[in-house]
Design a protein around this ligand. Structure first.
Ligand code: NAD
Ligand code: USQ
Length: 382
């Protein structure tokens, strides 16, 4: 298939582009490289050294003979996006290309406005481009489990049957997101659902949990194909941050009580979930939602697992409960359904001590690159 991977220079997009290219698809990456610019803005870096996108795709071609085309530009420049659609004629558009950090979106007004305009308007441009240039193209859009927030009932996959005053309907599941970033994903979901209804577009909204790990079979073939590994207080996510903190001898930063429970998946499963969505497209006019995660854990539980594994590798690991920079529940009910992807064949890579050790070893190998002053969170919600 002709597949566009938007955001293909990023943490989830790069391994996905390689994996789909390996499966024999014609892959084109669209990316404006803004994530690399944000590293400069924040004085931050990936713990693993990462090559330029040009070097990455050249190396992939040299090693496999497979070409990945690259289009450097912004989804918010509609002329650019239109030209990409004309040239690629995509059958699937995988949309990772958004500002994805909740803390970044909460820094101040400018960062909130940037996040919502980049994400919501970029996605709207993609919907218009599909309507105008590739009406059969399947939009596979990365949403987030955080769209749902922490309701005191089970979280369904996108929709819930409700009985009210004797009548029943299947309605979108209520959303209670916890940051301006997470809100941008809710706005995207609403726009996609509406576009499917009025223009007969086909779309899969993947409400992804927090991704841990960094390596896939393809990214480990050569160091030039390395994936990025974020650890700073803005872009680093819970488990990856703990593993890197353990590697550099920094106390693990559990925010508040640590009873915040979140859904997780291994990066190896991210790429497979995308493949499953590609191979099983939504029907014309269908808006479907898959909850893309394999397990859930409390933050404290993950810190304890990291401590156990770190100590097995001879590291001294302490857990610190620091003041929570966010406004969020620190103890709550969490039970979410994730059967749609499993029913379509996903075989989860679960979080074992062996898996944790592999990621921890990558962190140890690269620990001298860590910029210590970037570890504590600086952006606050209040
Ligand atoms: P990332 O920041 O590493 O990658 C995003 C990529 O998109 C970057 O390369 C960036 O340069 C590009 N981009 C951003 N805005 C763009 C624009 N307007 N035009 C063109 N390119 C643009 O993020 P990631 O961790 O790979 O996340 C990918 C997607 O998955 C995001 O939509 C994110 O919300 C979602 N997601 C990520 C996680 C996670 O744990 N990383 C979990 C759930 C959902
Ligand atoms: N947390 C800590 N200590 C840390 C970092 C985080 O206790 O050092 C806590 C946070 O307070 C929060 C939880 O861990 O309760 C998760 O935080 P996170 O930074 O790992 O994840 P989040 O901000 O939700 O965002 C990440 C990705 C985002 C994606 C989301 C999936 O950056 O793109 O959408 O995970 S989900 O959480 O399911 O919404």
């Amino acid at each position: 298939m002709n597949i566009i991977v938007a955001g293909g220079d990023g943490f989830c997009g790069w391994p996905t582009a390689l994996y789909l290219s390996k499966q024999g698809h014609d892959v084109a990456i669209v990316d404006n490289l803004v994530r690399r610019k944000i590293d400069k803005e924040l004085g931050s870096n990936s713990l693993t050294p990462i090559a330029s996108l040009e070097e990455r795709v050249e190396k992939w071609k040299e090693l496999t003979g497979k070409e990945i085309k690259i289009y450097i530009g912004d989804l918010n420049h509609y002329d650019f996006l239109s030209e990409v659609f004309r040239q690629v004629n995509p059958e699937a558009f995988i949309h990772f290309a958004e500002q994805r950090s909740a803390p970044y979106s909460m820094i101040d007004r400018e960062h909130a406005i940037y996040t919502q305009s980049n994400n919501v308007l970029g996605n709207l441009n993609v919907l218009y481009a599909i309507k105008e240039f590739a009406p059969d193209c399947h939009l596979i859009k990365l949403g987030t489990m955080g769209e749902y927030g922490n309701p005191n009932i089970d979280i369904e996959e996108g929709f819930i049957e409700i009985e009210h005053k004797g009548r029943k309907d299947r309605l979108p599941y209520p959303k209670q997101p916890g940051s301006f970033y997470h809100l941008s994903k809710v706005h995207d979901s609403n726009n996609i659902m509406f576009a499917c209804k009025i223009w007969n577009i086909r779309a899969t909204d993947l409400n992804q949990g927090i991704v841990y790990g960094l390596r896939t079979e393809e990214t480990t073939i050569d160091p030039i194909l390395n994936n990025r590994f974020d650890y700073d207080g803005v872009y680093g996510t819970a488990l990856n941050r703990f593993l890197i903190q353990a590697a550099i001898g920094y106390d693990l930063t559990v925010y508040g009580k640590g009873g915040q429970t979140r859904a997780f998946l291994n990066i190896e499963d991210t790429v497979r979930c995308i493949e499953i969505a590609v191979n099983n497209p939504a029907k014309k006019g269908e808006f479907r939602v898959f909850n893309q995660f394999t397990e859930y854990f409390s933050v404290l539980n993950l810190a304890e697992k990291t401590k156990e594994v770190g100590e097995e590798l001879g590291l001294k690991v302490n857990i610190q409960h620091i003041k929570n920079p966010r406004v969020e529940l620190e103890e709550h009910y969490f039970h979410a359904v994730n059967t749609n992807l499993i029913d379509l064949g996903l075989k989860p890579h679960l979080l074992t001590n062996e898996v944790l050790k592999e990621v921890l070893k990558v962190a140890i190998e690269n620990k001298d690159r860590a910029i210590i002053e970037n570890i504590l969170p600086k952006a606050t919600w209040r």
